[in-house]
Design a protein around this ligand. Sequence first.
Ligand SMILES: Cc1cc2nc3c(=O)[nH]c(=O)nc-3n(C[C@H](O)[C@H](O)[C@H](O)COP(=O)(O)OP(=O)(O)OC[C@H]3O[C@@H](n4cnc5c(N)ncnc54)[C@H](O)[C@@H]3O)c2cc1C
Length: 394
Amino acid sequence: MATDSVIKPDHAASGRHPIFTDEHDELRASIRSYVEKELAPHADEWEETTFPDSVFTRMGELGYLGLHYPEEYGGQGGDYATQIVLAEEMSRSHSGGLVMGVAVHTDMANPPLKLLGTHEQKLQYLVPALKGEKIACLGITEPGAGSDVAGIQTTAVRDGDEWVVNGSKLYITNGHRADYIVLVTKTDPDAGYGGFSLLLVDMDSPGVVREKRLEKLGMHASDTALLAFQDVRVPAENLLGEEGKGFYHIMWELQGERLIAAAGAVAAAERLMERTLDFARERQAFGRSIGKFQGIRWKFAEMATKIEAGRQMTYNTAWRVMQGEYPVREISMAKLYTSRMACEVADECLQIHGGAGYMKEYGIERAWRDLRLNRIGAGTDETLLEVIGRSYGL
Ligand SMILES: Cc1cc2nc3c(=O)[nH]c(=O)nc-3n(C[C@H](O)[C@H](O)[C@H](O)COP(=O)(O)OP(=O)(O)OC[C@H]3O[C@@H](n4cnc5c(N)ncnc54)[C@H](O)[C@@H]3O)c2cc1C
């Protein structure tokens, strides 16, 4: 190493992680440009109205809904890191609700279709989904079962060539706009974990009732539904994956959802820190910019360190996934750590903004509200602690 190169610290280096290549950088630049030009300017408006369905068609047109999906069905055939790039760049929309609505489609409802779907199911659902012409939602949670997935009560009973579905699903993101739902049902009440199956259900089927548009603390740009299923008849060929394997299929789905949530949390925390750095450089108090106070500078040092730790956990776990591993413990750790970290960063950024942080116009309060969901959705902190603790045989 030349002496010159060790004189100045290398703070401005890109620090690109080995999971990314030049192609990922190009993809990142194009998604960033789209998000900054076409999504971010609407963040305030969509907070009031929820984001329009046209976001899906536009993203489909640009190929962003199918980055890690097979070309045969209209996807881009990219690797898993392309999904990480999307999750990170979507944070520039400054709208947690929008990020979540799109991620439910790209990283929650459709991955089981990609992994488990028959060719016909993919033609019927995945092809239009990747174009943004059909919108997907995922139905796991019920009024009586959230963390305890095995407590699900929605039944699907076989009747000739059809399944007859009865039950309800709660807190379903995209539930009001979706064209189909990947539904977790109980097909054999006596078979324990082996009694669940996934069904692809058209949301315009007779008996599907989109009951309530639920009011919530944050994520206002997304729609959240209470759904009822009353004697809904679903063709037998809409069974997704194996009958009786639905519990294990959905546990697999949750791992992808959690890792993408981790990537999104790190990116959201980073965006907040960047905006807060700008504020701390400009805001004057006691004759200097507030960033020059050691008490504030150390807050940034703490935040930056935690963000970097979360990023490394996420990237390293993504790398393991890309090697074909199924690192459930580390995915759980990444989701747990980054969710908590992002909430802490949001709180600290709000504090550094003072009264401005509490005002809508700065967007910090929105991020603070939106990010709180990360500790609940896709597995609560406590659920993840259970997964991690049990992985040691306890
Ligand atoms: C805005 C929003 C969007 C959502 N979108 C979707 C969606 O699209 N699809 C979907 O299916 N679901 C969705 N969810 C549901 C979400 O995944 C659940 O809320 C979450 O899994 C927790 O379930 P619960 O709310 O029933 O809480 P519960 O499971 O009732 O838990 C309540 C509390 O008890 C704790 N707890 C539970 N079990 C244990 C235990 N063994 N040990 C210690 N503590 C425990 C929990 O951690 C939590 O703190 C969404 C939720 C929200 C708020």
